[in-house]
Design a protein around this ligand. Sequence first.
Ligand code: ARG
Length: 455
Amino acid sequence: MKLWGGNYEGEPDREFWEFNRSLPFDRRLVREEIAASRAYVMALARASAISVADASALDAGLAAVLDVASPEALADAQEEDVHSWVEARLTETIGDLAGQAHLGRSRNEQTVTALRLWIRGAIDSLRADTAGLVRALAEKGTSGADAVMPGFTHTRRAEPITLGHFMAAHAWGLVRDHQRLGDARRRVNVLPLGSGALAGTAVPLDRDALARDLGFEAISPSALDAVMDRDFAAEFVFAAAQLQTHLSRMAEDLIWLSSPEFSFFLLPEAFTTGSSLMPQKQNPDALELVRGKAARAQAGVIRLLALMKSLPAGYQKDLQEDKEAVFDVADTVAVSVRVMGGVVAGLDYDGKKMRAAAGQEEMMAAGLAVALARDGLPFRKAHGVVAGLVAEARKTGASLRETARGALAKDHPRLAADVDALFDPERAVRTRSLPGGTGPDAVRASLRQAVERVE
Ligand code: ARG
């Protein structure tokens, strides 16, 4: 059943018709479409546009359509889009009265109403899964709050940090993603119904009541804007792509730090795969795919922005291209968050290897320079003095610790006596105990806060 054609002489070109159809992908909106239609017929009755008895019959018919809206039925159907499919089934169920569900209503507003409801649900489940991942990171980080490992800049050992500090860094990006999705939700959760094709409708609908019935927090303030706006979708896709980008960075860290060259982390076997040629391999495919799929999520942002950039005011068929971009990014990110949750939950670490790497004396150079500056030597000078000690130790092959002990004995006797403590990585991290620092107590507090933010 086509929803139009009274002014046509023949049938559309067959290949074009397939090109035109959106049912193969917008069938995912069927629940939202039916929920919106049920609320709409009630709003029509409240506005006295149809009788209460007709509204009840329409509502019961739509409930029956929901019952037959199985994935198989939708996959086999030939209608143009999900809106046509629902109307066709409703017509089969209750006859011509079905047409009244569309009194004053356009597919231009239906498609965005359903998409907004769908994205709202996607945001809620993505936020819940992201919160779960933050909790998993906080658990690992709290149990490793004292475990010392090297921190890196430019992939070179920089200063000792704790495993908790590493976990907290990755957790906080996700906390912001969780917030960002929550912010986007407010702009997604706006009712378009009542917009008609572009001008509103002559039916005096109580749009606020309709919004309440569908759980929308606000009504769209311009009918023309409501049918052409897709920035709610772009914003959701950006927030999701940013989340995927954080997952990708986390994946990258776990990949290289679990490589046999480091073996700081041990990946759960269930999230690795073997090689068809090399029998010894357990490859980090789960993490590599999370990283690879970031490209896909990012492409979704461009897809939506490019789609919108030159469209004139009003609905254009171009806008039908919004849904696949939204679905693809939502699906990609949802499964990635869950896979990451599994990896983190099963992640193990080799405390001995981390500690050994963190004990490398040159990583204490910055700490030594700060200690010298606190002993009165201007920091820039202290930096130069320590750099000289590093160069000397490298040249002589002596340990930096002994080189420092000898060189500082005259001008900084207190420091020279304290050199062993200064070269102790456990002590080094403990002294970074200000809020945000890598000290175990600071890290535990930071992780607690991260969990609170997503609760
Ligand atoms: N399938 C269309 C879409 O996804 C629904 C709106 C169609 N409206 C129209 N006037 N052709 O955008």
